[in-house]
Design a protein around this ligand. Structure first.
Ligand SMILES: C[S@@+](CC[C@H](N)C(=O)[O-])C[C@H]1O[C@@H](n2cnc3c(N)ncnc32)[C@H](O)[C@@H]1O
Length: 263
């Protein structure tokens, strides 16, 4: 049975938290990555392959001196942001700002005309979801209950600042729907070294790309966590990249994760 993203599938849309405790197959920086995974494992639904790739990308950004912030749109409890923070603590020589965006509610409703069968099945399997699946910005109450509930800003602060040890002045949390928070924050963010998009559905992914891609430095990275998972995410990325010039190669991380290096 094909598994998606956080362990959900069309046949069984109830999520299973990714199991992170087993050692991953040999990776460059394997020991560092395994130890970082142990720090974030209870704060993430992202697969270990995608966390490992995120770690490697963040480490490369630091060792190669890429300027700009680390930005994540869709932090949930902060695990994939935390992986970047751990790479930065080990490899960074200059302070970096972490701009972290999330609604800190349950996931918004998908748009059944665009987000695909898995998104619709998950929405319909969520007991608190009523009304049309029209992509509107209202939380699907209970969507994250099987994973322990939706996140709070304090979950993210506590992981990055208290547990990992990033300076609190370098962690900026933007609470609310991306469509409200990103336009007002983008001026303060400035250059971006790594943009990690983990918004699941079409509208959030497309919106963040439209808003933030221009601020990614040449040689910087954009990670798409959900490309192979949700049809809406794939469509948002494909539509956006179809009109970027020069064309950019979409690298595979695993069945679902992709990334590009901006040219
Ligand atoms: C798949 S989870 C992120 C997983 C996370 N990166 C991790 O390490 O586990 C997606 C998150 O994005 C948030 N989200 C999705 N669309 C959003 C939007 N339009 N505005 C704000 N937050 C959004 C959800 O509330 C959820 O917390």
């Amino acid at each position: 049975m094909e598994q998606h993203h956080d362990g959900r599938s069309l046949e069984n849309p109830v999520p299973v938290v990714a199991h992170l405790s087993a050692p991953i197959e040999p990776y460059d920086r394997g020991d560092e990555i395994n130890s970082a995974l142990r720090v974030v494992e209870h704060h993430t639904m992202v697969t270990r392959h995608r966390l490992a790739a995120t770690y490697q990308i963040a480490a490369f950004a630091d060792t190669s001196g890429l300027p700009g912030a680390f930005v994540e749109c869709g932090t949930w409890k902060g695990g994939s942001s935390g992986i970047m923070a751990l790479a930065h603590l080990r490899h960074g020589t200059q302070a970096r700002v972490f701009h972290l965006f999330d609604s800190f509610t349950d996931m918004c409703v998908p748009d059944e005309s665009i987000d695909g069968d898995l998104a619709i099945a998950q929405a319909r399997a969520t007991p608190g979801v009523t009304g049309p699946l029209d992509g509107s910005l209202r939380p699907m109450e209970g969507f994250y209950t099987p994973l322990g509930g939706h996140a709070t800003p304090q979950d993210v602060r506590s992981l990055l600042i208290d547990t990992i040890g990033i300076d609190k002045r370098s962690v900026v949390i933007h609470e609310g729907w991306f469509q409200d928070t990103v336009p007002t924050a983008r001026g303060d963010i400035g250059a971006i070294a790594v943009l990690r998009l983990d918004a699941d559905f079409y509208s959030g992914t497309r919106f963040c790309l439209e808003q933030l891609f221009d601020q990614v430095v040449v040689g910087g990275f954009v990670i798409f966590d959900d490309y192979g998972c949700y049809e809406g995410c794939r469509r948002a990325v494909d539509e956006f990249l179809a009109r970027t010039s020069p064309p950019m190669f979409l690298n595979h991380i695993d069945a679902e994760g992709r990334y590009i290096i901006k040219r």
